[in-house]
Design a protein around this ligand. Structure first.
Ligand SMILES: C[S@@+](CC[C@H](N)C(=O)[O-])C[C@H]1O[C@@H](n2cnc3c(N)ncnc32)[C@H](O)[C@@H]1O
Length: 201
C-alpha cells in the first residue's frame, strides 16, 4: 500500500488517488465512480456475478465497468513440445482446480456480466507468447510457480520431477525452451467491458 501511495505521489497523482485495502464484500461508499476496473479479481470471488452486480451499483450513469481475467486451461502450450514448460504451466491449472476456481474463468466473463445484470459486454483477448532469448514469458511462469509453491504443497499437488522451484526456475525454463526451439504460451487474458448508460437499477 505504501509503495502504491509512493508511486502515485511520484507520478504527481498523490492528491487525487486514494488506496484502500478492503474485503470486497464489505466495501461500500456513497461515492459514485466513472470507472470500475478489476484485473484478476472476479475469478477469486465465491459469487463473481453477485459481486460484480453490487460493485457496478457504485458506477454513475454513463460510467464504464471493465473486468480482466485469465484462462490457464490450455494443455497445449509449447510447440514443438517442451515438457518442462507444459509441466510447470499445468501447476497453475491444478491449483485453480484445487481451489474450486475454473481455470478458464476468463472465458466465462460474458456470462458473468449477463448474470450480473450488466448486459452483453464487449470482449477482447490476447495470450502472452514467447520463445526467443529474454522473452518475458519465462520470468512470468518462473515467478508464478515460485509464488504459488507453498499453495501447491498445501494442496498436495505433486511438483514435476527434477524441477527445482527457486530463483533459478525462470532461467531453467528459458534454457529448456531455447533448446527445444519452441514457441510457448503464457496465460490467455480476457477483457470485458460495458458502458452503463443509465447506471444499474
Ligand atoms: C492475482 S491477484 C491480482 C492483483 C492485481 N489486480 C493484478 O492484476 O496484478 C488477486 C487479488 O485479488 C485480491 N482478492 C481476492 N479476493 C478478494 C476479496 N474477497 N476482497 C478483496 N480482495 C480480494 C487479492 O488480495 C489479490 O490482490
Amino acid at each position: 500500500m505504501e509503495a502504491a501511495r509512493h508511486r502515485a505521489a511520484v507520478d504527481g497523482h498523490g492528491d487525487v488517488v486514494r488506496f484502500e485495502n478492503v474485503e470486497l464484500a464489505e466495501f461500500d461508499t456513497t461515492h459514485r465512480f466513472d470507472v470500475l476496473v478489476g484485473r484478476f479479481i472476479l475469478q477469486y470471488l465465491p459469487d463473481p456475478a453477485a459481486a460484480l452486480n453490487r460493485l457496478a451499483h457504485l458506477v454513475r450513469p454513463g460510467g464504464i465497468v471493465v473486468m480482466h481475467d485469465m484462462d490457464v486451461s490450455n494443455a497445449d502450450v509449447s510447440r514443438p513440445l517442451c515438457p518442462i514448460w507444459n509441466d510447470c504451466y499445468a501447476l497453475l491449472r491444478a491449483l485453480f482446480r484445487a481451489h474450486g476456481i475454473a481455470p478458464d474463468f476468463g472465458r466465462h466473463l460474458t456470462r458473468v456480466f449477463l448474470d450480473a445484470g450488466l448486459g452483453w459486454p464487449n470482449v477482447e483477448s490476447g495470450a502472452m507468447t514467447g520463445g526467443k532469448p529474454g522473452s518475458t514469458v519465462f520470468t512470468w511462469l518462473g515467478s508464478a510457480v515460485q509464488a504459488i509453491e507453498p499453495l501447491l504443497v498445501q494442496a498436495g499437488i505433486a511438483l514435476p520431477d527434477g524441477v527445482t522451484i527457486d530463483d533459478s526456475l525462470a532461467a531453467t525454463l528459458e534454457r529448456a525452451v531455447l533448446n527445444s526451439r519452441a514457441m510457448v504460451l503464457g496465460n490467455t487474458h480476457y477483457g470485458a467491458w460495458v458502458r452503463l448508460d443509465k447506471g444499474l437499477e
